[in-house]
Structures are given as structure tokens and as C-alpha cells.
Ligand binder design. Structure first.
Ligand code: ADP
Ligand code: ZN
Length: 731
């Protein structure tokens, strides 16, 4: 027994830019309160923090200490493993611990006086009465039937019911057709539903995994699109559940969660599955998070923020589409959820499986170097489905008219005749990327950013819109430069391609899916349903449609405007382009009918396109890694980027010069480049500069950064904002 402290002082982590703990008098606190949320007076406000330590003395004079506010003992404390993970992330990314902890709490638990309202139902279960009543629904009640169908598969998480379905569920609750699964209900002991018999490759992958270490091991599953990676995840999750463990499954996109959640729910009807993503409202997120914390949830499926979910019985981590840029948080603590997942696996001694058709070069190299165990699926799982045929359409000879080559138009016509679906992929939203004066060549810059304004079409006509700061303007009637009246839209955006297709194929049903049409909650899901119900002939879309969706009737993908990425100054642009085109090509021919992919390009001989046409990810990856090695670029070196933005260029540059000076004597093994303007040098009238650091050894860079950050904190920084990005992916 440890003797009680005479006058305990609580050390609390608070969400402030200061990287320190704050001391409060806490006569009532005990060791059991460590990890609990507490309310404290801070400045003129009250804040919620996390109690991390109890000590018997403070460096502050006793008179300066304020008493601790209420300790929340109604929810379990954050377990040591999560505190440990948070400390690790704070240390690696050089971010204040209090801010890391605040970021991993659901917003509802972050606020002072966190409401004690009863949380919404977590899940719904069909009663026997409901089962017979709902079986008699008339055929035309499609929405109700669809919902009933999902419920017969097993409990439906409230978070996974759409806004339209929730009132129905409440209505059925009143009729006794469904019941609410209270959090304290244990999962019903329903057996998992068997999946399809695995093919030989899948079985080999599963056997290899099962023969591997029971504890921590990082695995990379490289499987072509449609090769049955998800089936592997389902089998491994089943293994973990059988052992009484929890599984954490990460997906890059919120849009991907409903489809996948449904697949998991169907397979494991008796298990508690929770979805965690930013689309949930505060109450739902809190309920889901608390389920995980209490060990009630068996499977947590979520986007990057879910990587920090407390999981007392964790047994497996899966990161699907591990290459995806969405795993990188771009503000606040700039962490990579994929990397955090690997650390967490190590810390918890559980296996981590990273899966992708186009692994990141970091992971590919780790696999090649033997640090990750490589598993491969080289064929599509469905015996009838083949990888699509990829053809390059030479836009120098088949010159596109308004974006569309003759070859693509013919292919689209064929699909319409055969009642199959097509996708025209162009990764640029809006009408046209620029408005151009045909007289003098003037284009219209954003007055606040170093970028062109994008032409958008609205109900009433056209608008110019800045994609960086949101500025909108009416297009002028005459060129401000030469007075000329011949102003033209130059280039293609999704809206313009849609317009061209509507004119070209007046009888076709055309649907545009980009951030402007699919941004609203639920809009994307509704569009996907339309496509699945074959109410759409031609889809026009950006990368939103490229990722992981299964559209069985889609047999043609046309790619427009991809060449742009080949000339990007960002050295990762080709890696991203390859992944994106592989993904989008993977949408074609998922079922019996063969798929065709047409890529319009002015450089059909480019090695990237050639590798793509061969479906040769390893070839592309190995060649690109060789280039990176020659250029001393990641993943052969570790990097960090110090970014700053300020009202003037002088202020931004001045700070970075001082920062560079502060770092020069620290470690000659760390290379500090000259400060340069960011690729996007000005946004909303803030000037953005950056300083790149690089070192072959990660640990050495990390030690350097720790020492350097202390010095940076002491530099004058009035009127500017700076942040450190460890392992940056955009520049
Ligand atoms: P991926 O995750 O690699 O894209 P999926 O696991 O989604 O692949 O599988 C692609 C399609 O093939 C899905 O429709 C899935 O149901 C089906 N499938 C997967 N494995 C098998 C199998 N062993 N036998 C038959 N169909 C399978
Ligand atoms: Zn702007």
C-alpha cells in the first residue's frame, strides 16, 4: 500500500499550445483518477483536461494553485495504453500532449460541463414480431424493405442508419418490431456467417498469416483491385473475435465506411460493430467511443481518427488502402494514421496488416527490405472477373474535342447500346480550370492567393471561384488587361465534361459525382444507390468515385487530363497518379463482363502509363524507388518540414532564417535546406514559406527535432503561425 499523499496535486494535460502539464490542488483525487477527464479553471474559462499524474509538490507557490474542478467518474478513465500512445505521438510529431489527448477524445467529451444527457441508442435489433411483420411489406415499400433486409442480417448500429431511416426505426420501436440494444447488453451469441470458399491464393495468404507470429508483426498485403483483400480481412477479424479479441479496421474515406460496415455486419451478426468517422454527430461519436473503451465493441471500423480509439481487448489492426493520402492528418498534429497503427501494433503486441493494390513506396520498401512480411494476391477473386484491359489513347493523333477523344466517344456509344455503365474520370471539379482572354492570353488570378480562379457553372450563369480561399467573383465582361471581349473557358472540369456528354448523348442518364454534388451528408450514398440500381448510364467524377467502390455494371472507364500530374513539381505526384489510375481502372469489370480502360494522354510511351497498361505495380514501384534512391528522397531519407505563414514575405522568411540559424550547430548530420516559398506561396493573403530538413536516420532526425523545437519556441513569432510536419507528404 502506498501511503496517501498528504496534499495531492493533480497534473493535468490541457489543450493549449504550451507543451506542459498544469498543476491543481486535488485533495480528493486518487490514483484511480489517472486518465480521467477533469474540469479545471484555466484563465477566465473552464476547460476539460486529462489528469495524468498525482504528485505531492508543485514548482508553483501554494497560493498560486487553484483547486481542481469535478472529476468525471461516470466514464472509465483513459487506459494506460492510450496515454502511452498519446505520449508517443506527441513525442514523435512534436505536438503538445494536451492537444493530442484532446484530439483523441470525442468532441462531446472535450467540452466543459460535458452534457450528461442520455446518449442515443447505439444499435437496433429486429424482434420476432418485427421479422414476420416486415416480411409482409409490399414490394413498392422499397426503402422500408431495404432497411428490414439489413436488420435481418443482424443488429444495425444507429450510426449506420441514414437520416431517412432513423424515423422509421423509431416508428418500428413503438410497434415493437425492433428493440434498442442497450450498451450493457452483451452481444448475442450468433455464429458468424461463412464467406465464400477462398481461392488458392487467398488460402495461401491466410495460411501464411496464421503461421506468422501471434504477437506484433507488420504485414503488407499487396492485392490487385478485386483480388479479395477484404475477404482476407474478414477471415482475420473472425480469428481475432474467436480468440475474444477486438479488431480495429481503418479505411481512408468516410464514404467507404457504409459499404464495408455492412459487409462486416453481415458476416458477424452477433458481434458489436461500431463505425467511427467524422460524419457522426457528437452524441453518436461519444456512444461509439465509449463502447470501444468499455470493451463492448468487437470491431471498430473507422477513418484515421479511429486509430486512437481505446481498445482494451485489441487483437488485430487492419489498414485498408494503406497508401491513401487521407491517412495523413494535414492540420493540428500532422500524423499518419498508418504509421501510428504500426506503432500501436508494436506497443500492444498484435499483428498489423496493411493492404493495398498500390502500396505506398514506404511500405513497399519496408516489405522489400524484409521489415514487413509481404503477401500477394495477383488475380481477381471472382473467377469470371478479369483485370480490365488498359489502352492508351494518343491525344496527339486522336485529338480530344472538348475533352473527349473519338475513341472514347465510340466506346461510350457501345456501352450505351449494351446498357452497360461507363465512368469518365477527370480529377478536376468545376467547369474549367481557367478563364482565358483570347486576345492577350490573360488568365484570372485570385487576388488573395497565388492560384488561378476556377470557372464554375451555377444556375444563373458562371462564377469564378478560388479553390484555396473560397473567394468568388462574377466573370468580367471584358479583359482587365487588354479590354478584349473574347473571354473563353480553357480546359476541362467535371461540369464541362458533363455538359459535353449531355449534348453528345442526349438520351443517356448522366450523373456527376464530385465534391460539389456529393459533399452533403448522405448525398454520396444516395448517388451510389442510383448507380447500383442502374439508373445511371454515364458517371462523371473525380477521385471520390475512384476509391474502392464496387459498381458491378460498370465496364468502361475513360480517363481525361491525367497528364497534368506528370509535370507537377511535387516528386510524389507520379506515385499518387499511378495509385489513382490503378484504383479508377479497378472500377471497371468487377463482375462477369470484361472491363476496358481508356487513358487519354499525349505521352503514351511514358513508363508510368506503360506499367499501368501491364498492371505492373511492382515494376512501377521498383523503378520509382530507384529514382528516389538516386535523388536521396524519401523513403531513403527521413524528412521534416517547418512551415510558416505570415502577413508579409519578410516576416515568414525572417522566421525561417532564424530557425535555420538555430539549427545549424545542433547536428551536422541533419541537412537543413534554404527556406523557400511553399508550392502554393500565398493563400488568403498569407505568405507561406517552408524549410525542409532531411537525414538518412529517422532516430537522429527525431533527436535533432526535439532539441530544435525548444529553440524555436524561444524565437519571436508575432503575427505568424508555424508548425512542424514530420514525414511530410505535401510540400
Ligand atoms: P478487394 O478488397 O481486393 O477489392 P474484395 O474482397 O472486395 O476485393 O473481393 C472482390 C469481389 O470478389 C467481391 O465481390 C467479393 O465478394 C468477391 N470474392 C472475394 N473472394 C472471393 C472468393 N474466394 N470466391 C468468390 N468471390 C470472392
Ligand atoms: Zn484565393
Amino acid at each position: 500500500m502506498v501511503a496517501p499523499l498528504p496534499n495531492p496535486i493533480a497534473r493535468v494535460a490541457l489543450d493549449t499550445p504550451l507543451d506542459s502539464l498544469f498543476d491543481y490542488l486535488a485533495p480528493e483525487a486518487t490514483a484511480d483518477d489517472i486518465g480521467r477527464r477533469v474540469e479545471v479553471p484555466f484563465g477566465h474559462r473552464r476547460q476539460v483536461g486529462v489528469l495524468l499524474e498525482l504528485v505531492d509538490r508543485s514548482d508553483l507557490p501554494a497560493a498560486a494553485l487553484k483547486p481542481l474542478g469535478p472529476i468525471d467518474r461516470t466514464t472509465p478513465p483513459l487506459p494506460e495504453e492510450v496515454l502511452h500512445l498519446a505520449r508517443f505521438a506527441a513525442g514523435y510529431y512534436h505536438h503538445p500532449l494536451g492537444s493530442v489527448l484532446a484530439g483523441l477524445l470525442p468532441p462531446a467529451l472535450r467540452r466543459a460541463e460535458s452534457s450528461r444527457r442520455t446518449p442515443p441508442p447505439t444499435a437496433w435489433r429486429l424482434t420476432e414480431e418485427g421479422q414476420s411483420a416486415l416480411a409482409q411489406l409490399p414490394a413498392r415499400a422499397t426503402a422500408k424493405r431495404a432497411l428490414a433486409e439489413r436488420l435481418t442480417q443482424g443488429p444495425l448500429a444507429h450510426a449506420d442508419a441514414s437520416d431517412r431511416e432513423r424515423p422509421l426505426l423509431r416508428d418500428w420501436l413503438a410497434k415493437g418490431w425492433v428493440v434498442v440494444l442497450a450498451p450493457e447488453d452483451g452481444p448475442a451469441d450468433l455464429p458468424s456467417v461463412p464467406g465464400p470458399a477462398l481461392n488458392a491464393q487467398q488460402q495461401a495468404v491466410l495460411d501464411a498469416f496464421r503461421a506468422g507470429p501471434a504477437g506484433f508483426a507488420p504485414w503488407l498485403l499487396h492485392g490487385v483491385t478485386g483480388s479479395g483483400k477484404t475477404e482476407i480481412y474478414l477471415n482475420l477479424v473472425a480469428d481475432a473475435l474467436t480468440q475474444g479479441r477486438q479488431a480495429l479496421v481503418l479505411v481512408p474515406e468516410i464514404h467507404l465506411t457504409p459499404q464495408l460496415t455492412e459487409r462486416f455486419a453481415r458476416r458477424f451478426p452477433g458481434r458489436r460493430l461500431i463505425g467511427l468517422h467524422s460524419g457522426l454527430n457528437d452524441g453518436e461519436r461519444r456512444a461509439a467511443w465509449l463502447d470501444a473503451l468499455a470493451g463492448r465493441a468487437d470491431i471498430v471500423l473507422g477513418t484515421r481518427l479511429a486509430v486512437f480509439t481505446p481498445l482494451p481487448r485489441l487483437g488485430l489492426i487492419v489498414v485498408d488502402e494503406e497508401h491513401d493520402g487521407a491517412y495523413k492528418q494535414m492540420e493540428g498534429m500532422r500524423y499518419s494514421a498508418r504509421d501510428v497503427a504500426v506503432w500501436r501494433g508494436r506497443q500492444r503486441d498484435v499483428p498489423v496488416l496493411l493492404g493495398s493494390a498500390t502500396p505506398s513506396l514506404e511500405s513497399w520498401r519496408n516489405a522489400k527490405a524484409g521489415r514487413y512480411r509481404l503477401l500477394s494476391l495477383t488475380r481477381r477473386a471472382n473467377a469470371q472477373a478479369r483485370l480490365p484491359r488498359v489502352d492508351l489513347v494518343d491525344s496527339r493523333t486522336d485529338r480530344p474535342k472538348l475533352g473527349l477523344s473519338q475513341r472514347l466517344v465510340e466506346a461510350l456509344t457501345e456501352r450505351l447500346e449494351r446498357a452497360e455503365q461507363s465512368l469518365v474520370f477527370i480529377n478536376r471539379r468545376g467547369y474549367a480550370p481557367t478563364l482565358l482572354c483570347n486576345g492577350c492570353g490573360h488568365v484570372f488570378p485570385c487576388p488573395r492567393c497565388s492560384a488561378h480562379l476556377i470557372l464554375h457553372r451555377h444556375s444563373g450563369g458562371y462564377r469564378l471561384l478560388c479553390h484555396h480561399c473560397g473567394l468568388t467573383a462574377r466573370p468580367p465582361d471584358a479583359c482587365p488587361q487588354c479590354g478584349g471581349l473574347d473571354l473563353r473557358a480553357a480546359g476541362q472540369g467535371t461540369q464541362r465534361v458533363e455538359e459535353t456528354l449531355v449534348e453528345r448523348f442526349p438520351e443517356a442518364r448522366i450523373l456527376r459525382i464530385d465534391r460539389d454534388t456529393a459533399g452533403r451528408k448522405g448525398a454520396f450514398a444516395a448517388m451510389r444507390e442510383q448507380v447500383e440500381a442502374r439508373q445511371v448510364d454515364i458517371l462523371v467524377g473525380t477521385q471520390i468515385v475512384a476509391k474502392g467502390h464496387d459498381f458491378p455494371h460498370l465496364t468502361l472507364v475513360g480517363v481525361i487530363g491525367a497528364d497534368q500530374a506528370l509535370i507537377s513539381p511535387d516528386f510524389r505526384a507520379t506515385e499518387r497518379l499511378f495509385a489513382q489510375l490503378m484504383q479508377v481502372a479497378g472500377r471497371a469489370g468487377r463482375a462477369e463482363r470484361p472491363g476496358e480502360v481508356l487513358i487519354q494522354t499525349g505521352y503514351p510511351g511514358h513508363p508510368l502509363y506503360q506499367a499501368l497498361a501491364r498492371h505492373d505495380y511492382p515494376g512501377f514501384a521498383d523503378a520509382t524507388l530507384k529514382e528516389r534512391r538516386g535523388a536521396d528522397a524519401p523513403p531513403f531519407v527521413s524528412q521534416a518540414l517547418l512551415r510558416v505563414d505570415a502577413g508579409s514575405e519578410e516576416a515568414a522568411l525572417g522566421f525561417l532564417l532564424a530557425a535555420r540559424e538555430a539549427g545549424t550547430s545542433l547536428d551536422p548530420g541533419v541537412l537543413l535546406f534554404d527556406p523557400v516559398p511553399a508550392l502554393l506561396a500565398r493563400v488568403a493573403n498569407r505568405h507561406r514559406y517552408q524549410l525542409l530538413l532531411q537525414c538518412p536516420a529517422r532516430a537522429r532526425l527525431r533527436a535533432f527535432l526535439s532539441a530544435w523545437m525548444t529553440r524555436l519556441a524561444a524565437l519571436p513569432a508575432r503575427g505568424l503561425r508555424w508548425s512542424l510536419d514530420v514525414d511530410p507528404v505535401d510540400y
